[in-house]
Write a protein that binds this ligand. Structure first.
Ligand SMILES: Cc1cc2nc3c(=O)[nH]c(=O)nc-3n(C[C@H](O)[C@H](O)[C@H](O)COP(=O)(O)O)c2cc1C
Length: 377
């Protein structure tokens, strides 16, 4: 029997991912001044031991004021490299690849953690709030403070911060970098006409609006080794009239490819606050069509994400050529052994082999015994 597509390796530049199942980036709100700690190591150990092909570490701020919340990871300082290196080691020891999502929160920064309501810190804890920046001085949602419009020289400084953070990530040992261009954060807000009303070279036409994203992609590409893969998470559509359409994203993906990006991680939404979020329909695989169309339209590898919870569904997405990788977020929180479940449900001859030896050996014996007595593997 041919190996299920979900369990075939994928090569992207110098990196080989052993299967197509990826830990989607997930903020933990547990960093201390941007530094990763024990929680991050323990959190990632669950997935690494579960046999994932690779992981994207959560949104990691390239500048202190680019954090979403006070608990976000950061790589604006060399002192933050060691914490990331510890997480990298967790995946490295299990032969999984690991990358990091570099981010600037823009006008959605300075917010409270989800369990504190995710509102603006300026309202919840004004003394701890910081001023935010954006392409235009338009608040993210009603009740949020207006950001300052970024002058062109400050745009250049943030581009340089992305490159500097990428260099620190390389020093920490990551296999790839993902640029966070989604969910209403700074890069996405430049791309979207709903947030960008500039009249200079960074606003107006579609080409001008994607300039900042491309500047960041070029700068990060130049800062990392030539054989290191570069990914980009896009909000493929804004889901709001007048916002980004899938055609815009296919055009952006083509240009990102030329800038040296190897894979588009296809998400959506986030340009406006609670209104847009609550209007959103989350059905299984709701964003897969974006990954499929970007893949075909731009001729670039893609990753699908969004309520992918069943192994046969994940397998179909890869086998049908809708995406090269599938990212799982909440399902992996619920079941860090998803890869083992998938290996059994898809009928791998030795499903236990996806797990580390101390688990695999005993599960193989248990499975054999269960088969002998007519039970399920
Ligand atoms: C706790 C949590 C934190 C998240 N943090 C990030 C993040 O740091 N960066 C990002 O691009 N998406 C983030 N997301 C979105 C996920 O990566 C993913 O796209 C989304 O949850 C949909 O996938 P799922 O249905 O498999 O969870 C987060 C989601 C959750 C649940």
């Amino acid at each position: 029997m041919a190996e299920p597509a979900l369990f075939t390796p994928l090569r992207l530049r110098g990196m080989t991912v052993r299967n197509r199942i990826v830990v989607s980036p997930m903020c933990q709100y547990r960093a201390d001044e941007g530094r990763a700690g024990d929680w991050h190591v323990e959190h990632h150990a669950r997935f690494a031991l579960g046999g994932v092909g690779c992981a994207v570490l959560e949104a990691t701020a390239v500048e202190r004021d680019g954090r979403i919340s006070e608990g976000c990871l950061g790589l604006w300082d060399d002192a933050q490299i060691d914490g990331i290196r510890r997480i990298v080691g967790v995946y490295r020891r299990q032969r999984a690849a690991v990358g990091i999502q570099l981010s600037h929160a823009g006008r959605k920064g300075s917010s409270a953690s989800p369990w504190d309501g995710a509102g603006p810190l300026a309202t919840v804890a004004p003394a701890r709030a910081w001023p935010t920046v954006a392409p235009s001085a338009l608040a993210h949602a009603s009740g949020w403070p207006a950001p300052a419009e970024l002058p062109v020289d400050a745009i250049g400084r943030i581009v340089a911060s992305f490159a500097a953070a990428a260099r620190r990530a390389v020093e920490a040992g990551v296999d790839f970098i993902e640029i966070h261009g989604a969910h209403g954060y700074l890069i996405h807000s430049f791309c979207s006409p709903l947030a960008n009303q500039r009249t200079d070279v960074y606003g107006g036409s579609a080409d001008n609006r994607m300039r900042f994203a491309l500047d960041v992609a070029h700068a990060v590409r130049a800062a990392i080794p030539g054989d290191m893969a570069l990914w980009y998470r896009a909000s493929c559509v804004d889901e709001i009239d007048g916002g980004i359409t899938l055609d815009d994203t296919v055009a952006l993906a083509r240009q990102l490819k030329t800038a040296g990006v190897d894979l588009i991680d296809c998400s959506a939404g986030g340009i406006q606050g609670p209104v847009a979020r609550s209007a959103r329909r989350e059905t299984p695989g709701y964003q897969v069509p974006y990954a499929a169309q970007v893949r075909r339209g731009a001729g670039i590898a893609t990753m699908a994400v969004g309520l992918i919870t069943e192994p046969h569904h994940a397998q179909r997405i890869v086998a049908d050529g809708d995406a090269d990788l599938v990212a799982l977020g909440r399902e992996l929180l619920a079941d860090p052994n998803f890869v083992y479940r998938a290996a059994r449900e898809l009928g791998l001859p030795e499903p236990h082999a996806v797990l580390p030896a101390p688990y695999a050996f005993f599960l193989a014996r248990r499975n054999m015994h269960a088969r002998d007595v007519g039970g399920k593997r």
